[in-house]
Design a protein around this ligand. Structure first.
Ligand code: CTP
Length: 399
């Protein structure tokens, strides 16, 4: 019950579109109001076939309809602190994805700067259809957040993804620390930065990773309630608030520091640029020059990410793939080969993104799909990624 007042005083605009899941709407309204939210409801034309306007009026939230003056959408857009559409049909996702504004709900969404949450509900084949998935990717890239859908038996007799998320999950998503609820107390290990592989007492092999992305992820996970251990190669970055840092130098050090957490890890994010190879011998003294050439033998380092993903039970495992070309194909191959839950792919040859930059343009890839995100500051991407991971962990624990 600890989070029950988080929505106190917040203006929640609930959009309801047609679908059998609309029967859950009165329950959602009741729970939102119990939490102190000020709720207004907009029904699409077809939604009123599934939820009786009278039932909503009896709860004190008579549904709003278009008015002749035609300015209600602007008033509502300004009023809303948050907009949630539950259930969201395939049709409304398509309309939002294309910026169509042909009724009160879609005009309000277009006119509002409030965060928008979507709880899709539809037949599994409709959800998995490429058109719907393209719309989902476009909406996600613009920062609209999806809650669900859940998998399971459907009203039409099919089984698969497409059921509307439970009311409790929608509430959790709307609460301030919403996805923090999913990440609350989750023990997470994040690797970040480059590794340094010594050649001799004075020299070594490293790479251009700044660690910014990994540090931002550690910070975002901690902000959302996770208990974070950051295993970091050498960087000049400050340890984020509330994060426990374990500094390491080499890939072997990083490997031991990560695997020391193996019994406690519920989430692993491998954001470090780990050297794939290390010099076979690191000379204890400084190498003196002699001859015109120098040959160094390198040996393979352990693949930390793949080892973590193969643990039994494995934590939720997220990898990174920095690529100069064929981004999606290489990243998907890594996801499958290493047995990951999610991979974050980013191009490293685009000006203004990657390595030392504060911005990044990433594409999320899982077994079911590819979700390109718009370019954004690394801190923003980290926050969204933490939310996404929270949602996926919640879905996993509800499954
Ligand atoms: N990784 C790791 N341990 C390693 C190497 C990589 O944990 N020894 C992790 C990185 O943190 C990152 C992902 O694996 O999450 C990158 O995968 P990898 O296959 O090593 O990428 P590259 O070396 O960039 O790819 P490739 O060798 O295919 O060019």
């Amino acid at each position: 019950m600890e989070n029950t007042r988080q929505l106190a005083g917040r203006h929640v605009l609930l959009g309801v579109t047609g679908g059998i899941a609309a029967y859950k709407v009165p329950e959602l309204v009741r729970r939102l109001r119990e939490r102190g939210a000020d709720v207004r409801v907009v029904l699409s034309h077809s939604a009123s076939q599934f939820v009786a306007p009278g039932a909503l009026a009896a709860l004190g939230t008579p549904p709003l309809v278009e008015t002749a003056e035609g300015m209600l959408h602007i008033d509502l857009a300004r009023w809303a602190d948050v907009i949630v559409i539950a259930p969201a049909t395939a049709h409304v996702l398509a309309r939002l994805a294309h910026g169509l504004a042909d009724d009160l709900l879609t005009t309000t969404c277009l006119a509002s700067t409030a965060p928008i949450y979507l709880a899709p509900a539809m037949n599994q084949a409709m959800w998995q259809n490429a058109a719907t998935q393209d719309n989902r990717a476009a909406l996600s890239a613009r920062g609209l957040a999806f809650i669900g859908p859940a998998e399971g038996a459907q009203a039409c007799g099919d089984t698969g993804p497409g059921r509307m998320a439970e009311v409790a999950e929608i509430l959790a998503a709307l609460e301030d620390r919403s996805h923090g609820t999913a990440l609350q107390g989750v023990r997470a290990v994040v690797t970040a930065g480059p590794t340094y592989e010594p050649l001799d007492a004075a020299r070594g092999v490293t790479n251009r990773s700044s660690g910014k992305m990994g540090y931002a992820i550690a910070a975002a996970l901690a902000e959302q309630g996770a208990s974070v251990t950051l295993v970091s190669g050498p960087t000049s970055l400050a340890t984020p608030h509330g994060v426990r840092k374990v500094p390491v130098l080499t890939a072997l050090d990083m490997h031991s520091a990560v695997l020391a957490q193996r019994d406690h890890m519920q989430l692993f994010v491998g954001a470090a640029a780990v050297a794939d190879y290390r010099p076979q011998t690191a000379l204890p003294a400084k190498l003196k020059k002699s001859g015109d050439t120098l040959t160094v033998t390198f040996v393979r380092n352990p693949d930390i990410l793949a080892e973590v993903a193969a643990l039994a039970p494995a934590p939720f495992t997220v990898g990174f793939a920095a690529e100069t070309h064929d981004l999606e194909a290489y990243a998907r191959e890594k996801l499958m080969r290493k047995g990951l839950d999610l991979i974050v792919a980013n191009p490293i040859d685009e000006p203004g993104t990657g390595f030392a930059s504060d911005h990044n343009r990433v594409t999320l890839i899982d077994r079911d799909g590819t979700y390109p995100w718009a370019s954004a500051p690394k801190t923003e991407i980290a926050r969204r990624l933490a939310l996404e991971i929270g949602q996926r962990l919640a879905r996993r624990s509800h499954a």
